[in-house]
Design a protein around this ligand. Structure first.
Ligand code: ADP
Ligand code: MG
Length: 259
């Protein structure tokens, strides 16, 4: 798996004014990386993620997945929406089987994959429940395994924990991480939460509100699971917060690569 984001530009016209949301955005994602797109609300995270997904097109630039240009959505890219977007009239089991039926995966294989995914998400025995019968965390895990059902090359998640309250969010980050450790699908996750980015990611791509530029591309080579109180952890968090707050960082402390 290799995903290239090459010189992506995108603007929208609002009330007659052109607003450049993304300007010449480029980076490459390697197999198995957990990458976060971090930035303030309105900086273009969802726009970029949906361009990668093929839901909308960039004005300039291209997305290349395994040497093939992305022109439309496809099963090689799983997507988790911010509000989960589960089918409310389908059970957990039916929600997860749905994408595999669309892809005409043979029945025996579908059932095997279903069991595997339910186990991974600790949802064994919950297959016959409907979304309204699930807790927020169970809904979120169902949305993630539904996106993984088609064995995508890359999993795209748009603020998958955005609707979850602060306390529960930490638990869910840990559960999501545990699932990822078992699965190791390449992930691009959108968040505006600095702590979440540092906890979850191998790499954080920091986006700014000004002209759709990338502010920093920061590797976080800390062992997992991470100690949120740890010295290095705190340092990464502080650096990202400083960058978000546009504070100048002393050169010798610079561990990120500013693009
Ligand atoms: N379809 C659209 N039409 C017009 N403006 C849009 C559209 N989609 C997004 N925008 C604008 O682009 C900017 C970035 O939006 P978005 O990608 O949703 O940001 P984020 O996900 O980082 O909060 C915002 O100012 C938003 O209003
Ligand atoms: Mg968004």
């Amino acid at each position: 798996m290799r995903l290239e984001i090459n010189d992506i530009s995108k603007s929208f016209i609002n009330n007659g004014e052109t607003h450049q949301v993304l300007k010449d955005i480029s980076f490459t994602i390697e197999e198995g990386e957990f990458v976060t797109l971090l930035g303030p609300s309105g900086c273009g995270k969802t726009t970029l993620l949906t361009i990668i997904a093929g839901f909308q097109q960039a004005e300039e630039g291209e997305i290349v997945l395994n040497d093939k240009k992305v022109v439309a959505p496809g099963p090689d890219r799983g997507f988790v929406f911010q509000n989960y977007a589960l089918f409310p009239w389908k059970t957990v089991r039916e929600n997860i089987l749905y994408p595999m039926k669309q892809l005409k995966v043979p029945k025996a294989e579908r059932e095997k994959r279903l069991e595997e995914l339910l186990k991974m998400a600790q949802l064994e025995g919950k297959g016959s429940l409907y979304p309204h019968q699930l807790s927020g965390g169970m809904k979120q895990r169902t949305a993630v395994i539904r996106a993984l059902a088609s064995r995508p090359q890359v999993l795209l998640m748009d603020e998958p924990l955005g609707a979850v309250d602060f306390q529960m969010r930490k638990d869910l980050q840990e559960q999501l991480e545990a699932m990822w450790i078992k699965d190791r699908t390449t992930v691009i996750m959108v968040t505006h939460d600095v702590d979440e980015a540092v906890y979850m990611s191998d790499r954080v791509i920091l986006m700014s509100n000004e002209q759709g530029k990338i502010l920093a591309d920061l590797s976080i080579p800390l062992e997992r699971p991470r100690d949120r109180e740890g010295k290095k952890y705190t340092m990464y968090k502080q650096q990202l917060m400083d960058l978000l707050g546009n504070k100048t960082i002393k050169k010798k402390e610079t561990i990120y690569q500013v693009v």
